[in-house]
Ligand binder design. Structure first.
Ligand code: NAD
Ligand code: ZN
Length: 357
């Protein structure tokens, strides 16, 4: 059976360091506890583009050819031994990371902190292909009223759920979200659903702020380059009618992290999602003496069941996030769209017989 796959090959010293190659790869027979999935929709993430352009993220280097893609959904094609909760024909969303050992983190439910297999993080292959084989325990059955694209969007949505949980978003709060990229936007959707009373979101670009308004932002602030973080913090306080109880930083930019500290109310929390340079300069004492807790996140854990119930019940609507669709054969073009920040989420359609949402 044909298994068209999108593979990064690191070939050059100059950027982009990798070639995006379409090739046929063998379908991996399902081992015990595994399922083969006929892939349907795969979203492109900033990290996928980063691997293509730079050939690495931190210590993770694309040395050998790697299938890309990790925001995905599809239909179970075949089950390995001892898979009881899924059967061929079930529509599923794929959680791309699963723990490889049952260590203390894993036992206590924080399996994102264990050594993991993670789709499209070298050396682990991703799932932008016609058929992909995965750990069945990390494939979640989708109800009939949840589309494949919503299923694929559970991956970025999970980052928002985990971030809002760790930030302690609660009823009636004022919330600041820095950055209106896909991650800032999913954090906005989840913060509103968790009861935030007013959310202000910032970005450099007007079109991203327009999308944020469409998705329920109460206020938007366009960041002016060169403005001091203290002055931006004052503008934030003014539009919210008070300082934000919680800030979710989704840019990684040094100036936004600084703004996050100055803006957050004493006793509140600044949650760092964005990943920028390894070392950043921040007004740490300002946070310390005002008991502003600074926390980080690493991906997510225990979010797929939550996301599926929220989507199935209609509590949240993520459909407006998808702005472009391409068949898998046009992956190169799709990656260029994401690189050039055209729209928000680009979806690749892997099933030649079903390119529907
Ligand atoms: P993105 O690049 O699409 O969005 C970032 C947005 O921030 C852009 O719209 C940009 O215009 C805006 N921005 C840049 N500088 C700004 C500033 N100073 N003030 C306000 N807005 C500014 O990226 P994304 O896919 O939305 O991801 C956001 C960040 O989250 C990235 O750094 C990514 O690496 C990180 N991330 C972290 C995790 C994790 O587990 N910690 C998971 C996923 C993504
Ligand atoms: Zn991603």
């Amino acid at each position: 059976m044909e298994n068209l796959s999108v593979v990064l090959y690191k070939r050059r010293e100059e950027k982009p360091k990798c070639d995006i190659v379409l090739e046929n790869r063998p379908i991996k027979e399902p081992g015990e506890g595994e399922v083969v999935i006929r892939m349907h929709s795969v979203g492109i993430c900033g990290s996928d583009v980063h691997y293509w352009i730079n050939g690495r993220i931190g210590d993770f280097v694309v040395d050998d050819p790697m299938v890309i893609g990790h925001e995905a959904s599809g239909t179970v094609e075949k089950c390995g031994k001892n898979v009881s909760h899924l059967k061929p024909g079930d529509r599923v969303a794929i959680e791309p990371g699963y723990p490889l050992v049952n260590d203390d983190f894993s036992k206590s439910g924080r399996y994102n902190l264990s050594p993991v297999y993670f789709c499209a993080t070298p050396p682990d292959h991703g799932n932008l292909q016609r058929f992909y084989t995965h750990n069945a325990d990390y494939c979640f059955k989708l109800p009939d009223n949840v589309t494949f694209e919503e299923g694929a969007l559970i991956e970025p949505l999970s980052v928002g759920i985990h971030a809002c949980r760790r930030a302690g978003i609660d009823l009636g709060q004022k919330v600041l979200i820095c950055g209106a990229g896909p991650i800032g936007l999913v954090s906005l959707i989840i913060a509103k659903a968790m009861g935030a009373a007013s959310v202000v979101i910032t970005d450099l670009f007007e079109n991203r702020l327009e999308k944020a308004k469409e998705l329920g932002a109460d206020f938007t602030i366009q960041i002016v380059r060169g403005e001091s973080p203290q002055d931006t913090a004052k503008r934030i306080e003014k539009v919210l009618g008070g300082m934000p109880d919680r800030t979710i930083e989704c840019t990684g930019a040094e100036s936004a992290i600084q703004t996050g500290i100055y803006a957050t109310k004493s006793g509140g929390c600044l949650l760092l999602v964005g990943m920028g340079p390894e070392k950043v300069s921040v007004p740490l004492v300002n946070a310390a003496v005002r008991e502003v807790d600074i926390k980080g996140v690493f991906r997510y854990c225990n979010t797929w069941p939550t996301a599926i119930s929220m989507l199935a019940s209609g509590q949240i609507n993520v459909k407006p996030l998808v702005t472009h669709r391409f068949p898998i054969e046009k992956s190169q073009e799709a990656f260029e769209h994401t690189r050039d920040s055209k729209g928000i989420k680009v979806m690749l359609k892997c099933d030649p017989n079903d390119q529907n949402p």
